[in-house]
Design a protein around this ligand. Structure first.
Ligand code: NDP
Length: 316
């Protein structure tokens, strides 16, 4: 039951690079944005260590620092950044209604959705521990592959992402083990051919990750063959998980057009959704690129789209 009600011109949901960039632009355009962070302020980048591919940081920057900088920049222009999770939405009403933590009811003229996506993990205890300690477990080869230059790594998954990331890693690493749980891959034929034709990728079919070894950092991965039950230890220093992402869009199901995986549909090269005044930016609408810089770019587009919508509807 809502205890507080508030009207906002531009509500931004989510605090990754897309949300903060939308906030910077919306605040500078005097849309007086309010941004709710979600449960992980800063989003996926707060779980990475060094970010070396975000333009403007020639020496690299850590994910948490980058997100703190973006937040500070958004606040500098007057964005109200608040901790809270959007738990329910009625985007079909005018104005749109969003509930935060079940307790606050927001009405909004425009909503910029930047709720991101979450990488799926295997759920092994040592996977979680080493991931949290930045000990060589990652869900993003493009982000972290560089740190394993010349080393041996393993990647689990058999979709397009895993195949693409395995070939990406093969250019940096000495050897890449691809752990595939069935006897075939889900990836497109073209991607499979690329994997097959890369000499330093070894595909381990019918294989499951049994455990990850290492106290402070990955020292090996134990793989179990599900047909023979044989255990094999891979001598690797990096472990990549590419078993899919889940866009954080559950509360908008049934209102916004989405694909079968839950990624929000946007119109052409814009951030417009099927509902006027509602814009989707960053990973919640992008299953292809998923980079901090592309998310930031689409956040900028979302704020510009929101500003134009408000101007054309006489609300700004
Ligand atoms: P997918 O859902 O397509 O593939 C996930 C893979 O992970 C599957 O092979 C699945 O195995 C495997 N998997 C899932 N859970 C486990 C587990 N617990 N243990 C081991 N393996 C597991 O995800 P992707 O991220 O690869 O792709 C998502 C979408 O994005 C797809 O539509 C894809 O085509 C698209 N995409 C397109 C690209 C491009 O066009 N360049 C690049 C990247 C993605 P199983 O097959 O046995 O279910």
């Amino acid at each position: 039951m809502a205890t507080t009600t508030e009207h906002i011109k531009c509500l931004i949901i989510g605090s990754g690079p897309a949300g903060y960039t939308a906030a910077i632009y919306a605040a500078r355009a005097d849309l007086k944005p309010v941004l709710y962070t979600g449960l992980t302020p800063g989003g996926q980048l707060t779980e990475t260590t060094e970010v070396d591919n975000f333009p403007g940081y020639p020496k690299g920057i850590t994910g948490p620092e980058l997100m703190e900088d973006m937040k500070a920049q958004a606040e500098r222009f007057g964005t109200q950044v608040r901790f809270g999770l959007a738990t329910k939405a009625d985007l079909t009403s005018t104005p749109k209604k969003i509930w935060i933590d079940e307790a606050i009811e927001i009405t909004a003229d425009t909503v910029i959705i930047s709720t991101g996506a979450s990488a799926k993990w295997l759920g092994l205890e040592n996977e979680t521990r080493l991931r949290m300690n930045a000990g060589g477990v990652s869900a993003c080869a493009v982000c972290d592959g560089f740190f394993y230059k010349g080393q041996d790594v393993a990647i689990v998954g058999a979709g397009d992402t895993a195949a693409e990331e395995a070939t990406y890693l093969s250019k940096l690493c000495k050897k890449v083990y691809m752990i595939v749980r069935r006897g075939e891959m889900r990836a497109s034929k073209a991607m499979q051919h690329r994997v097959e034709n890369t000499p330093n990728i070894e595909v381990l079919w019918h294989s499951e990750t049994h455990d990850i070894i290492g106290k402070e950092a990955v020292e090996g991965v134990v793989v179990k063959n599900s047909e023979t039950n044989e255990l094999r230890t891979l001598d690797v220093t990096g472990f990549f998980v590419a078993i899919g992402h889940k866009p954080n869009t559950d509360i908008f199901q049934g209102q916004l057009k989405m694909d079968e995986l839950g990624y929000i549909d946007v119109m052409g090269w814009s951030t417009k959704t099927n509902i006027e005044g509602v814009f989707a930016v960053g990973d919640c609408a992008d299953k292809t690129y998923r980079q901090a810089v592309t998310a930031a770019g689409s956040g900028c587009m979302g704020a510009l789209d929101a500003e134009r919508y408000l101007a054309s509807s006489g609300k700004h």
